[in-house]
Design a protein around this ligand. Structure first.
Ligand SMILES: Cc1ncc(COP(=O)(O)O)c(C=O)c1O
Length: 456
């Protein structure tokens, strides 16, 4: 196997940073001018982690392409980290939203669209009862609240390396068996071990032990970890998790916000999972803020039983703008026209092409990397085999190498998701788009493994 030297990575990274800076004078100017007005100097504090020397400012985006304020066009394989995974501003959504804005935007009353959406999700997931929020974070929070209310237990369990939004109880890490706030988590309200148990993904024995204490209301899980790099479930993981959660009377919440890449009903539909609750946010409104959560008939009945029939009151779940008319019109339009089986079949075929191109380069150069795919979501990692836990991912992540690959792509017209090497294909992503990525990826690997160039 060729050795990729640290010096080579650093030299190329410096070159790419310089190229990035000279190609983005307007973004650089906007970043510098706006920094004093923002918390942490950027529009959203987490943007401090973006891979480029300063963040790009966007002019516009359509389909699978995005254009920055300096007029540079990119094939967008990041797609708003799933928020735009069905393409930017699909025509059908634009028309529906234009129509909806003339009819009033939020009323604190239901619309027919909400009823249609609930019925459609029931069909796709097998869970009959639904509600709405604006973000997946809120959907997860509300699902966990319902779980605590009906089980009378205080804690939730999450897997190490998870991300379920800014839901306080989930921002936890497992450090040598102890539950700690995850790195960068700002101002946790109480020590995390009071609210949360954490175990490694794919560790069914640890899950069984953690649930045996009888204090966990729900397990909140993605079908695969997608936010610390992609960690796929072992073959027996989901069946085992379901059996163990049932054994301990613990509710299972499946968060499909990213794994909706597996198909129109997410991984749940594609692989026959049987969650008690299902959460989906980000892409379902096509970029208009919207999220849903659904529950089984049993959970719904247990929740109903908590309400006083004479004087029903529900606080702690909801939100004034949740289920607003515009969001619901967007979700209904997306479900009926864009988040369809036909589009998924196309997205899968393009994602397969992306995966195969990356694999061909890895094999050609015999480098110790791998590529994984979950439907329309593709990710490569810098180990020979896919990792089975978040800890393994962390121990094998090479920040400089990742930054180089991201910048190398960006400087040549392809945007991949920052923080790890994740890419999505949309109904607008073409074979030419992914071939461009694969050529750039191959060129980068060629340069990285070119020992002669380093010596020179
Ligand atoms: C699996 C998962 N759940 C929930 C969220 C939170 O989504 P939002 O930031 O829209 O609330 C994310 C965000 O990345 C996510 O990846």
């Amino acid at each position: 196997m060729p050795l990729i030297s640290r010096q080579r990575i650093r030299n190329l990274l410096e070159r790419e940073k310089t190229a990035f800076e000279s190609a983005h004078p307007t973004s650089r100017k906007l970043a510098a001018e706006s920094a004093p007005h923002f918390i942490a100097g950027v529009q959203m504090p987490w943007l401090v982690e973006w891979e480029s020397p300063f963040t790009l400012f966007v002019d516009k985006a359509k389909g699978a392409q995005i254009t920055d304020v300096d007029g540079n066009d990119y094939v967008d394989l990041c797609l708003g980290d799933t928020g735009a995974m069905f393409g930017h501003s699909p025509d059908v959504l634009v028309a529906a939203v234009r129509d909806a804005v003339d009819q009033g935007l939020t009323y604190m009353l239901p619309t027919e669209d909400g009823a249609r959406i609930a019925a459609e999700f029931a069909k796709r997931t097998g869970l009959p009862r639904w509600s709405f929020t604006l973000t997946a974070t809120d959907a997860n929070r509300f699902a966990a609240r319902i779980a605590r209310a009906i089980t009378g237990r205080p804690k939730i369990l999450v897997f190490d390396g998870c991300y379920h939004g800014t839901h306080d109880e989930t921002l936890a890490r497992l450090d040598d068996g102890r539950v700690n706030p995850r790195e960068g988590s700002v101002g946790p309200p109480v020590p995390l071990e009071q609210t949360t148990r954490v175990v490694e993904f794919n560790d069914l024995a640890a899950l069984d032990e953690a649930l045996s204490h009888g204090d966990v209301a729900c397990v909140l899980a993605e079908p695969a970890l997608t936010n610390c790099g992609m960690v796929l479930p072992d073959d027996d993981f989901h069946a085992g998790m379901r059996e163990i959660t049932r054994k301990h009377g613990v509710l299972l919440i499946i968060d499909e916000t990213h794994t909706i890449s597996s198909g129109p009903g997410g991984y749940t539909q594609a692989y026959g999972l049987e969650p008690d609750m299902f959460v989906l946010g980000k892409p379902i409104g096509g970029g208009i803020p919207a999220a849903v959560y659904g529950v089984s008939e049993d959970i719904a009945n247990r929740f109903d039983a908590l309400l006083d029939p004479e004087h029903p009151v529900v606080v702690g779940i909801g939100g004034t703008l949740s289920g607003n008319a515009l969001s619901l019109r967007a979700v209904r339009t997306m479900l009926e026209n864009v988040i369809t089986e036909e589009n998924f079949q196309y997205m899968f075929s393009i994602a397969e092409r992306l995966e195969e191109g990356i694999r061909a380069t890895i094999e050609k150069h015999n480098i110790p990397w791998h590529v994984s795919r979950m439907g329309a979501r593709v990710e490569y990692g810098h180990t020979v085999k896919p990792r089975r836990t978040a800890r393994e991912v962390e121990d094998t992540t090479d920040g400089e190498l990742e930054q180089l690959l991201h910048l190398y792509c960006l400087n040549r017209g392809v945007m991949i998701t920052p923080f790890h090497n994740m890419m999505l294909t949309s109904p607008s992503t073409t074979a030419e788009h992914v071939d461009l990525h694969n050529r750039i990826f191959a060129d980068c690997v060629e340069e990285l493994t070119n020992v002669a160039a380093e010596v020179a």
